[in-house]
Design a protein around this ligand. Structure first.
Ligand code: NAD
Ligand code: MG
Length: 398
């Protein structure tokens, strides 16, 4: 198909992270014809330089402005322009690419993703937080610009692949699979003492620190329930979660006639990235293949909402609507950072998120004002971060 024979203009936001690396690895392994316009990173200047010298984008952008000098110096004599700061990342996102990988972590990815969506590009969306923060607005902007949002999160890629067009009203349930994370079998006493090192050691996937902690608390699945509801227009009571420790079935769609469709594959993010890159075509590349007999068994469990309250918190936020998912996501980012900095314990993360939502609700801070939906989401995000920081400090003092 045409899309895969002529070079596609590409921007990779968050190129130095886990998804960014998988994206460039896929380009390398598949030999897909791409012309990279921009690569952007948060603070890892060495890796950005290495990628820029390999892929020769027009511009390499580092968010941390104190590193611009180092970046410029290392790129002197190459054809690659160096730039720095959040505004430069937004500019890179809006360069007019055909395909933009949105793989910055956290709500920091929202503004660049929105900027890319306004250009009508195909957005390959890994950055689930931007969707949780301002999903309906982001999707509307992409649609109005004639672009599209294709999920990269493996569960949503699975649903996207098995959801038949124009069949949304015939869906009984979306069933998200969850590995259960590193503490799936731990009791509460052990979870109370869990360290950042233990929390980031995911059994099946190698990912950035923040999403690894989200997998350990299962807030990752909470964020994904909201992501699924927004992406596929499915109400909260038709989005379910099942634990599947092998991470082979990436998610399922149950139709009203009782037929259930699933998508399977080895746990390798290059597969959903390949799907988002070539959809509706399929990208040939030497992908790891699924050897079902080697697995022998695939198993399933019901999530334990007592040990993993984040799933219930996210469900409630989705039910509440308005600014609740936005505030929940922001509070979670603050709480996870505090846990990684050893300021609070593992079980304090979910407690801090719940505490922030309660306080925001009592202050009527979850209602969404009239006006620009993205601006409003960013305002709710900012006030939730302030309140979450107070809640976290109180937990720290105890
Ligand atoms: P990561 O921490 O490995 O990488 C994040 C990238 O964003 C890096 O390039 C970093 O430099 C950049 N960055 C960080 N803060 C920034 C800021 N303030 N401004 C600009 N750039 C910034 O994270 P990851 O694991 O690659 O995850 C990226 C996104 O993809 C997250 O939203 C995550 O939930 C989602 N995701 C990841 C996986 C996975 O397997 N890693 C799977 C599904 C979804
Ligand atoms: Mg996922």
């Amino acid at each position: 198909m045409g899309a895969l024979t002529s070079p596609r203009k590409v921007v990779v936001l968050g190129s130095t992270g886990s998804i960014g690396l998988s994206t460039l690895s896929l380009f390398e392994e598949s030999g897909a014809p791409v012309e990279i316009l921009a690569l952007t990173a948060g603070g890892n200047v060495d890796r950005l330089v290495e990628q820029a010298l390999r892929w020769r984008p027009q511009v390499a952008v580092i968010q941390d402005e104190t590193k611009l000098e180092a970046l410029s110096h290392a790129l002197t004599g190459s054809s690659v322009r160096a730039a720095a700061g959040s505004a430069a990342i937004i500019e890179a996102a809006a360069m007019g690419a055909d395909w933009v990988m949105s793989a910055i972590v956290g709500a920091a990815g929202l503004a660049p993703t929105v900027a890319a969506a306004r250009t009508g590009a195909v957005i390959a969306l890994a950055n689930k937080e931007s969707l949780v923060c301002a999903g309906p607005a982001l999707l509307a902007i992409a649609k109005a610009a004639g672009g599209s949002v294709i999920p990269v999160d493996s569960e949503h890629s699975a649903i996207f692949q098995v959801l038949q067009p124009d069949c949304a009203h015939r869906v009984a349930r979306l069933i998200l699979t969850a590995s259960g994370g590193p503490f799936r079998t731990w009791d509460k006493a052990a979870m109370l003492a869990a360290t950042p090192e233990q929390a980031v050691a995911h059994p099946n996937w190698s990912m950035g620190a923040k999403i690894s902690v989200d997998s350990a608390t299962m807030m990752n699945k909470g964020l994904e329930m909201i992501e699924a509801s927004y992406l596929f227009g499915t109400p909260e009571d038709r989005v379910d979660v099942v634990i599947h420790p092998q991470s082979v079935i990436h998610s399922l769609v149950e139709y009203v006639d009782g037929s259930t469709l699933a998508q399977l594959g080895p746990p390798d993010m290059r597969s959903p990235i390949a799907c988002a890159f070539s959809w509706p075509d399929r990208l040939p590349w030497p992908a790891p293949r699924l050897d079902l007999a080697a697995y022998g068994q695939l198993t399933f469990e019901t999530p334990d909402l007592d040990r993993f309250p984040s799933i219930g918190i996210a469900r409630e936020a989705l039910r509440l609507g308005g600014g609740a998912p936005t505030a929940m996501n922001a509070a979670n980012e603050v709480a996870v950072a505090a846990f990684l900095d050893r300021e609070i314990g593992f079980l304090d993360i979910a407690a801090a998120v719940a505490g922030t939502l309660e306080r925001m609700n009592s202050l009527d801070g979850l209602s969404v004002a009239e006006g620009d939906a993205v601006d409003n989401a960013m305002m709710i995000d900012a006030s939730a971060r302030r309140i979450a920081a107070e809640v976290v400090t109180q937990k720290h003092r105890r």
